[in-house]
Write a protein that binds this ligand. Structure first.
Ligand SMILES: [Zn+2]
Ligand SMILES: [Zn+2]
Length: 386
């Protein structure tokens, strides 16, 4: 079936709608990985019907409609059924995929299926249940070079400093120009906005200044909530943003990255880019235009005059993602000072403590419920085994 879907896509360019009646389009279903990648390259309108048992509301494949198969069959006015049936019988093609046999007569088809020839063919060419992944051999970067639509488009960078910190001897002022240089090499020259998520209570002052004086926004978080805040901010507004946008994530949270953003290139004209400190061990279901190793990205050649813009010109924003407050006044120096004062304040410490305590409690509760579950199972086994 999947081979036919792929073939049909090849012969019928979008816009077009496809309906898939299968339980394999849910997350981790046989079709979802490959289909999600195909949809990022060419967008078809997809609708899905599924049996209730296998339904899982999360899927990597974006659909415009989903029906439960049984309800779909029962929902329409039933008095039309007879007429529909006759029409289908007249036009439906009956085929055996193992033999490449096709006919329109039901009697002939039945007879063929019970024939010696068919049994023999099916033995040699059994119908495989695992679909061929046609996107598996697509290049690692797809397609790296900028299309005219994306060449001048905005570049939004979301950077997790816990996973990808700045090396100790590295000049923080070089981060922005290095990222810009890497994008320019591929033909992307749009305005770059970078938000760095990290613990700025423990970040050295020269790093904080180096980043913000070059226009990198900083967002204070703690490790446990970083990815939640970062992907929350990334998705906010993007699902409804129809302007082509280049989105880059610098993080090792590959799985969450794929989970959070796989819908964007299927729905919007967004391109995705990724930098990480270690490669994902599995190929992602996301089509990224480029992937970089964080350390090699930082080594991009940067021309001297691009490196430093004057501090006073910096428009960098400061956020506390724990207290949900920000500093965006006109003067850089006072923004920086207010941010630093806030991070040392009692008010901020209280908020940070509250979040940490809550997460700790959640962990304890989870462990406790696992213990109870284990004990219950042991008890059941001891009492009911013969
Ligand atoms: Zn056959
Ligand atoms: Zn705060």
């Amino acid at each position: 079936m999947y081979r036919d879907i792929v073939e049909w896509r090849g012969q019928n360019p979008p816009p077009a709608s496809m309906m898939i009646i299968s339980d394999q389009v849910v997350r981790d279903g046989d079709l979802s990985w490959d289909l999600a990648r195909l949809q990022q390259r060419t967008q078809y309108n997809l609708v899905l019907a599924y049996s209730k048992e296998r339904y899982d509301s999360s899927s990597d494949v974006l659909t415009s409609g989903r029906w439960e198969w049984k309800k779909l069959l029962g929902s329409e006015d039933n008095n039309n059924n007879n007429r529909i049936e006759t029409r289908i019988e007249l036009s439906a093609m009956l085929c055996c995929k193992s033999c490449n046999f096709e006919c329109q007569s039901r009697v002939k088809f039945r007879k063929y299926l019970s024939s010696y020839k068919h049994a023999r063919q099916e033995y040699v060419y059994p119908t495989r249940s695992e679909p061929d992944r046609v996107t598996e051999n697509w290049g690692r970067h797809y397609p790296a070079a900028a299309t005219p639509e994306h060449a001048a488009a905005k570049i939004l960078v979301w950077w997790d400093m816990f996973d990808c910190p700045i090396p100790e001897v590295y000049d923080a002022r070089r981060v922005r120009p290095s990222i810009e240089a890497a994008f320019r090499k591929l033909g992307y020259s749009g305005p770059v906005s970078i938000t760095a998520y990290g613990d700025f209570n423990v970040t050295p002052d020269h790093v904080l200044r180096g980043l913000t004086s070059t226009g990198v926004d900083v967002a204070h978080t703690i490790y446990d909530v970083t990815y939640k805040r970062m992907y929350g901010d990334l998705l906010e507004g993007q699902e409804s943003n129809t302007t082509p946008t280049n989105i880059m994530v610098i993080s090792d949270t590959h799985k969450i990255f794929a989970f959070a953003t796989v819908g964007l290139p299927q729905k919007q004209k967004h391109k995705l880019f990724l930098a990480y400190s270690c490669r994902p061990y599995k190929m992602l279901n996301l089509l990224t235009c480029a992937k970089w190793l964080w350390h090699s990205l930082l080594e991009e050649e940067v021309s001297e005059e691009r490196k430093y813009i004057g501090e006073s010109e910096s428009r960098a924003m400061f956020y506390s993602k724990l207290c949900f407050c920000d500093w965006k006044g006109p003067d850089y120096k006072s923004r920086l000072d207010d941010f630093k004062t806030h991070l040392l304040s009692e008010e901020h410490a209280q908020e940070e403590y509250k979040i940490t305590a809550f997460l700790e409690l959640k962990r304890k509760m989870r462990n406790l419920s696992l213990l109870v579950q284990y004990d219950r199972e042991q008890w059941r086994e001891a009492n009911f085994s013969y």
